[in-house]
Design a protein around this ligand. Structure first.
Ligand SMILES: Nc1ncnc2c1ncn2[C@@H]1O[C@H](COP(=O)(O)OP(=O)(O)OP(=O)(O)O)[C@@H](O)[C@H]1O
Ligand SMILES: [Mg+2]
Length: 235
């Protein structure tokens, strides 16, 4: 049984025509899975399908053995699925620590243990814990966004373009952290523009084009596929 799966999902925004046309993908226990594809392909939209943010025309979204198609965002989060969106993923006027605490607002009781865990993963955030998140570098802001999701010790972590806009050095660091987090058992589904690097650390990947599945395989298979490399990995 997959941890998370889209089965033949046709879905879109409101009453508009569908954006996704029969998209299927899955995330298995222990995996890193990447979704790549051109701008506007529907990658972010596919992630939003998991959080009940789309109008479903057909197909279903499964979390383990449970059908969560159209289930409200907060219920999906309460079931352990955490999402770091592509943009506006920190509260710029709140401090780093306040941002992390916001991530755990649904938990009762003290957060010290979770905070210590997140600061352990992202040591630069401990140093800057009282700084407003808005003044941090792009890489550190991304750490805040990921840290906030990790405050809930999620069963599934979903990252939409975690390295967007980062320098190669910071992107490398974020990919390292993705592996590290996955190494401690968390399955991760991510969308990435740095497709070659993402596939290099992914167990499997999907290429979406025009709201449809175009290619799928292991990360290594997709990197070695000539058409995928030419069309989607910059040769
Ligand atoms: N909130 C929205 N309401 C209506 N249409 C939307 C909305 N968000 C995205 N779309 C449309 O859905 C299509 C797919 O967009 P999506 O953001 O999923 O693409 P993407 O593959 O994530 O692209 P990018 O690489 O630029 O992030 C686009 O045509 C976009 O204009
Ligand atoms: Mg996107």
């Amino acid at each position: 049984m997959s941890v998370l799966a889209l089965h033949n999902v046709t879905a879109g925004y409101g009453s508009d025509a569908p954006i996704l046309h029969g998209v299927s993908l899955s995330l298995e226990a222990g995996e890193i899975v990447s979704i790549i594809g051109p701008n506007g392909a529907g990658k972010s939209t596919a992630m939003k399908a998991v959080f009940g943010l789309l109008h479903m025309h057909g197909g279903k979204v499964m979390l383990g053995d449970e059908d969560i198609s159209g289930v409200a965002t907060e219920k999906v989060v309460a079931r352990g699925v955490c999402f770091v969106p592509q943009t506006d993923n920190v509260f710029p006027n709140l401090s780093v620590q306040e941002n992390l605490e916001m991530g755990a607002f649904i938990l009762d009781g003290p957060l010290d243990e979770r905070l210590a865990h997140v600061y352990g993963l992202f040591p630069p955030l401990l140093e800057r814990r009282n700084a407003p998140a808005g003044v941090l570098s792009g890489g550190q802001r991304q750490m805040v966004a990921m840290g906030r999701a990790l405050m809930l010790d999620p069963e599934v972590l979903m990252l939409d373009e975690p390295t967007a806009g980062l320098s190669p050095k910071y992107a490398e660091e974020i990919f390292g952290l993705v592996r590290h987090i996955n190494g401690s058992g968390t399955p991760i589904l991510m969308v990435e523009q740095n497709a070659r690097q993402a596939l290099a650390i992914s167990h499997r990947g999907y290429v979406l084009v025009d709201g449809q599945n175009r290619h799928t395989g292991t990360g290594a298979e997709l990197i070695a596929d000539r058409e995928v490399a030419e069309m989607f990995l910059g040769g």
